[in-house]
Ligand binder design. Sequence first.
Ligand SMILES: *[C@@H]1O[C@H](CO)[C@@H](O)[C@H](O)[C@H]1NC(C)=O
Ligand SMILES: *[C@@H]1O[C@H](CO)[C@@H](O)[C@H](O)[C@H]1NC(C)=O
Ligand SMILES: *[C@@H]1O[C@H](CO)[C@@H](O)[C@H](O)[C@H]1NC(C)=O
Ligand SMILES: *[C@@H]1O[C@H](CO)[C@@H](O)[C@H](O)[C@H]1NC(C)=O
Ligand SMILES: *[C@@H]1O[C@H](CO)[C@@H](O)[C@H](O)[C@H]1NC(C)=O
Ligand SMILES: *[C@@H]1O[C@H](CO)[C@@H](O)[C@H](O)[C@H]1NC(C)=O
Ligand SMILES: *[C@@H]1O[C@H](CO)[C@@H](O)[C@H](O)[C@H]1NC(C)=O
Ligand SMILES: *[C@@H]1O[C@H](CO)[C@@H](O)[C@H](O)[C@H]1NC(C)=O
Ligand SMILES: *[C@@H]1O[C@H](CO)[C@@H](O)[C@H](O)[C@H]1NC(C)=O
Ligand SMILES: *[C@@H]1O[C@H](CO)[C@@H](O)[C@H](O)[C@H]1NC(C)=O
Ligand SMILES: *[C@@H]1O[C@H](CO)[C@@H](O)[C@H](O)[C@H]1NC(C)=O
Ligand SMILES: CC(=O)N[C@H]1CO[C@H](CO)[C@@H](O)[C@@H]1O
Length: 674
Amino acid sequence: MARVLTAVLAAVAVSSAFPRTEAVLTAPNALDLRITTNMTSVIPSTLYGYMWEDINHSGDGGLYAELLQNRAFQGVLPGTQNALNAWQPYNGARLSVTDKTSGVTSALPNSLQVQFPKTVFGPIGFENTGYWGIKVQAGWTYNGSFYAKSDTLTGCITASLRSTTGTTFATATIKGISSEWQKFTFQFEPKTSAPDTNNVFHVEVNGPEAAGQTIYFGMFSLCPPTYLGRENGMRIDLAEALASTRPSVWRFPGGNNLEGESWAERWKWNETIGPIENRPGRVGDWGYPNTDGLGLLEYLNWAEDIGAEPILGIWSGTSIGNYSDLPTWPIVPEADLQPYIDDAINEIEFITADANSSEWGALRAKYGRVQPYQLRYIEVGNEDQFQPESYAGYRWKAFTSAIGERFPDLQFIATTYPSTALDPPYMKIDYHQYADLTWFENAAFMFDNYPRNGTQYFVGEYAVTSTNASDYLGTLDTGRLAYPSLAGAAAEAAFMTGMERNSDVVFASAYAPSLQHIRSYSWTPDLITYDAGGIVRSTSYYVQQMFSVNRGTHVLVTTPPSTNDTAPLYWVASHNNETNLVFLKVANTGPDDLVAYLHFDFNVTSLFGTAVQISSPVLSPLTGQFNITNTLEEPENIIPASSSFSIPYPDRYNYTFPATSVTILAFEAAGIGS
Ligand SMILES: *[C@@H]1O[C@H](CO)[C@@H](O)[C@H](O)[C@H]1NC(C)=O
Ligand SMILES: *[C@@H]1O[C@H](CO)[C@@H](O)[C@H](O)[C@H]1NC(C)=O
Ligand SMILES: *[C@@H]1O[C@H](CO)[C@@H](O)[C@H](O)[C@H]1NC(C)=O
Ligand SMILES: *[C@@H]1O[C@H](CO)[C@@H](O)[C@H](O)[C@H]1NC(C)=O
Ligand SMILES: *[C@@H]1O[C@H](CO)[C@@H](O)[C@H](O)[C@H]1NC(C)=O
Ligand SMILES: *[C@@H]1O[C@H](CO)[C@@H](O)[C@H](O)[C@H]1NC(C)=O
Ligand SMILES: *[C@@H]1O[C@H](CO)[C@@H](O)[C@H](O)[C@H]1NC(C)=O
Ligand SMILES: *[C@@H]1O[C@H](CO)[C@@H](O)[C@H](O)[C@H]1NC(C)=O
Ligand SMILES: *[C@@H]1O[C@H](CO)[C@@H](O)[C@H](O)[C@H]1NC(C)=O
Ligand SMILES: *[C@@H]1O[C@H](CO)[C@@H](O)[C@H](O)[C@H]1NC(C)=O
Ligand SMILES: *[C@@H]1O[C@H](CO)[C@@H](O)[C@H](O)[C@H]1NC(C)=O
Ligand SMILES: CC(=O)N[C@H]1CO[C@H](CO)[C@@H](O)[C@@H]1O
């Protein structure tokens, strides 16, 4: 079919400040769009959510509330300068990381050795610079702790929160140090907020008393109030931002960060549980050590707290170490796979087994969680299309058959390309896509003709990454986006209308990655960007939130259906049978305002409808306003605007969708689904 509708789909002048071209003004027609009462698929409750791994300090230095970087000297080489990352001496103390004295626990062999010169004037000590700063907030209670020992020094230690220019916000005195490791705890309650994040955690002793002596320190922690007050919990602003999109799936723990650089460095669930002193941490896949303070139970609790269902990734026998050496990437041979399968079975048992009848369930109870967690989905590996032969050859079968035999109610998600046949056939597949805008717009229809044969998609990672189709994973110079743009978010929304319309085939989705620390990142763009002090929600964030929060239970048929021919308008209509709300979600990815004459096969029963929308306040393609982004400096360039509009006729309404916008209309209706 030719692009018939494009001819009749054009802009209508609306009273707005938007400048427009003559070509647009001469095309007066609009789209006639009927929303019918016919329902197609039931929308699964799992449709929208997140993919999670510790990347760009999304975990350590991000969602995990811990404020001290390199708090326990995990994943570093003793004696090196790098091992002192984020630590600095104060007034001439000599710092080094050592494993020559016994560590706090066997999991944490490294300690901070602090040596004082023979002659010292004034206080002396060291500081931690946090994750590129520390937020000091009046009214917050900061829980602090560290381990210390010294063979000779018995005087008191002063810990404080202070600015880099010497203002002290809170202080605590620690007494009773001895030659054995002891844990010291304290609290900071600053009375004033610091004006910026140029603050440090400062530790000092009396110089003349300490002169010539040595103290060892280990496992520091400084924790502000957390989301829902959970101990060892989440940073409140980031947690609230994610929670307020009401995600319903949480895929974790990776991603490449599940796989490890080598087999030995893979994410090991059993080393992320229990007291933080028992967690060795690991060299993560994204350029920095992981503390694993954010471990299996923290993730499961978090998912439960925000009402998201976990999708648990299990290690499937490959690591990414020799990425560039493809296809000689190391793979566990079939004969050696059993221990890794057993490990996954133990992990699932730890999560789901009764506390009284299972060794692993009992361990979970010991760590504070008696009740088993809900778990339905197991994802076998990550992006195994890079090793399809062994995945199809034996890995998929080995994991799914052994785990399936033990846990018959679990559903498995495969991670090869959809074109790879697997034995047994996969019924769910994780599909990833990072691409330019045009790809996402075209892909708004990719699921429309997918066979309804029981196989379902999890669109487990996706984002518009670039304005440049031929270099969508390139650098910022070649079109890679630093932050999600308005145009990119509109293209993602176009794609999401296709996912929702076909949510009998697409049972879940996850934008990725979620978070980046602006001072240390590698993958752009991300949904939320932050520094030690604040966060910025991106245009893509708002699209995720708008789509997720405004959820129907059933897809409604529209005529014409959203197709290539109606581009650049993309839409999906749905009905929620609990609230009787009808939703119309529309992306306009084009440079012109477009009108739709809406007709309803039902009666709108509310006098008012509501609209939530992101669009550009100023429309100027020449200056690239479609590329407009929210940044830490300008976090509110694009924020959703809500409005209500009266619906004078129960069965029709005209609505103008602005250029490069995403809009969700909602109104109450009678006579659907009865
Ligand atoms: C709605 O469903 C009825 C009954 O199945 C069918 O006759 C009609 O063509 C459908 N309308 C649309 C717009 O799909
Ligand atoms: C801080 O410590 C207090 C007292 O021990 C405790 O009640 C509270 O839960 C802790 N807060 C966090 C976020 O761990
Ligand atoms: C990568 O390859 C090199 C040599 O080719 C090998 O020494 C190394 O162990 C490999 N790394 C991993 C993680 O397998
Ligand atoms: C975790 O399990 C692995 C086996 O997969 C084992 O080698 C390792 O020792 C265990 N670690 C701990 C701390 O129990
Ligand atoms: C587990 O056993 C304890 C006593 O040992 C009992 O109080 C508790 O009810 C049991 N829990 C379950 C879930 O069976
Ligand atoms: C939509 O149009 C684009 C560009 O013409 C094409 O590549 C794509 O296959 C079309 N999609 C569908 C579902 O027809
Ligand atoms: C469903 O169809 C797709 C596409 O042809 C195919 O890849 C998949 O294996 C099919 N699923 C089943 C269960 O036959
Ligand atoms: C709404 O639809 C769902 C899915 O079909 C169904 O399970 C539920 O019972 C319906 N609720 C009402 C109030 O009709
Ligand atoms: C809408 O309301 C009118 C007037 O009350 C009524 O005649 C008509 O049947 C209703 N239509 C539907 C689809 O319920
Ligand atoms: C967005 O920016 C890219 C790269 O600077 C440019 O090629 C493109 O034309 C811009 N798009 C719009 C709509 O301004
Ligand atoms: C929508 O606009 C068209 C064209 O201006 C007009 O004929 C129609 O009455 C309008 N419909 C409503 C519900 O305002
Ligand atoms: C790929 C990668 O590791 N990117 C950056 C993530 O953050 C670290 C700093 O902790 C950077 O060094 C990496 O380049």
